[in-house]
Design a protein around this ligand. Structure first.
Ligand SMILES: *Cc1c(COP(=O)(O)O)cnc(C)c1O
Length: 482
């Protein structure tokens, strides 16, 4: 697992950093956790951090910064135009992605807003390996549609395929032939596909996608928000890349793409984002919108301090020892859960560990929100907060019926370099206990249901007194323990 072998055979990932600033977290008794999840309307988004032990809701903007990133933030050059801080970031982006033009933006979705406004026309299609929520929203609001061209492996919960994020080249060709080249805005590939378990694409697959784009003279756009994990998997799993450095792989990926954009809330462990390209015409069109939505061209809505941190963060992302921490911890957690028979998405990807709620709670129909119920139950028995990714997050049909999700997942994100191995072991222990007691978990029903993005603010109630019974069973088995 790690490059470092343990002499007595134990296979655990080894942290290649030490912790020098800590933040206290609280593990409250199960009685308080029961109150807290009731107060939050059984919606983990509405829990207060004070009541949370391990926050595995997301990896966005919550990754640990290095000492060098923190130090860089102290000497930021705060000027509206022409800031030296921006020049440093601009140079770093050009060095890593080998693109001439860089536009700073305040986060990933801001890049998607501007790219979509410029390149998506009403009635056009954007083929992609898989959508991300904000990406799709921006394409749709500009009158376009999203077509997902994933391979048959992509949606399989258990698989051994090393690159479930690949595009299906035959389907891509067929789609373009069917609709005609004029109907396609551009082709988009997402590194480390967020919504299907942080699964990577292979460099070889990207080369094939590029050939299709060349054949039809189409632009290839890369969403590099989760690139760090994807780089690690390419280095580990793709034979021809074994001898390449992370920086060489990054360059090879970027070379194949016309536009590269990213959320720096993930890539580079800071907060911000940006778009880069060699295409001057595309650059000039996008540039017009930056002062309108983001700010002047030398900050784009980011604070100078974050830009300093991002410059260092991008440089550090080129080290395998840095980007391997997340995927190795996720693989450890996933493997331990598999050993205990808990249903999870395999192979382990980047971003987080995903529990398969459809199987975990196979006694609950999708209309009772198994993934949402599992999220609430796991918080109750452990103080660990995850994010529901299933029917609860979908929007109802016009006639009020439920849209049933492809998968019912509880995503446990692994913020990079934040949690220790013993904390991960604690989470595994509580999940395994919960799996043994899964029959106690019941369903949920909305009591306050917003029309749009209901999962953010919606409130639910338990269908019976199952939360009380689960808390009572916890006390029985754990005694006085937290
Ligand atoms: C998070 C994310 C985005 C959006 O980035 P924000 O900074 O949250 O706006 C876009 N694409 C992918 C793949 C992401 O993971």
């Amino acid at each position: 697992m790690s490059e470092v072998k343990f002499y007595y055979g134990e296979e655990v990932p080894l942290e290649m950093h030490k912790v020098r600033i800590v933040q206290k977290i609280n593990l409250k008794p199960v009685e308080r956790r029961l109150e807290a999840i009731e107060e939050a309307g059984f919606n983990t988004f509405l829990l207060k951090n004070d009541d949370i032990f391990m926050d595995m809701l997301t990896d966005s903007g919550v990754n640990a910064m290095s000492d060098k990133q923190q130090a860089a933030m102290l000497e930021a050059d705060d000027s509206y135009a022409g800031s030296t801080t921006f020049t440093k970031l601009d140079n770093k982006v050009r060095e890593i992605f080998k693109k001439e033009f860089f536009l700073p933006m305040h986060q990933g979705r801001a890049c998607e807003n501007i790219i979509s406004q410029v390149f998506v026309q009403p009635g056009t299609i954007v083929p992609m390996n898989y959508h991300f929520t904000t990406t799709k929203a921006h394409i749709v609001i500009n009158g376009g549609t999203v077509e997902e061209i994933f391979t048959d492996e992509a949606l399989k919960i258990t698989s051994e395929h090393p690159f479930k994020g690949n595009m299906d080249i035959d389907k891509l060709n067929a789609l373009i032939e069917e609709h005609g080249r004029e109907k396609i805005s551009f082709v988009r590939v997402e590194a480390g596909t967020n919504l299907i378990g942080g699964q990577p694409f292979a460099l070889e697959n990207l080369e094939e996608v590029r050939q299709v784009c060349d054949k039809y003279d189409l632009m290839l756009v890369l969403d590099a928000s989760l690139l760090a994990d994807n780089l690690y998997f390419i280095k580990q799993r793709e034979e021809k890349c074994k001898e390449m450095s992370i920086k060489e792989i990054t360059g090879a990926i970027s070379d194949l793409c016309d536009i590269v954009y990213f959320s720096a809330r993930k890539l580079g462990c800071a907060r911000g984002g940006g778009v880069c390209t060699n295409n001057k015409e595309a650059y000039l069109k996008m540039r017009e919108l930056v002062p309108l939505y983001e700010g002047f061209l030398t900050y784009g809505g980011m604070s100078v301090r974050e830009m300093e941190a991002l410059t260092i963060g991008l440089e550090e992302t080129m080290e395998e020892n840095m980007i391997n921490q997340g995927p190795q911890f996720i693989a450890y957690m996933t493997d331990e859960l598999v050993k205990k028979g808990v249903p999870v998405v395999t192979p382990a990807g980047g971003l987080g560990c995903h529990l398969n709620a459809m199987e975990f709670l196979d006694h609950l129909p999708q209309t009772k929100y198994p993934a949402g119920a599992l999220a609430a139950a796991l918080y109750l028995v452990s103080g660990v907060r995850g994010m529901e990714r299933g029917t609860l997050s979908e929007q109802r049909e016009e006639d009020g019926s439920e849209t049933l999700a492809h998968m019912e997942l509880l995503r446990l994100a692994m913020p990079r370099r934040v949690y220790t191995l013993s904390q991960v072991k604690y989470a595994v222990d509580r999940i395994a206990w919960l799996y043994e007691n899964r029959d106690l978990i019941g369903g949920l029903t909305y009591v306050e249901e917003p029309k749009v993005l209901r999962f953010f603010f919606g409130r639910l109630e338990a269908n019976s007194n199952w939360p009380e019974q689960l808390a009572a069973k916890f006390r029985e088995d754990f005694g006085e323990s937290l």
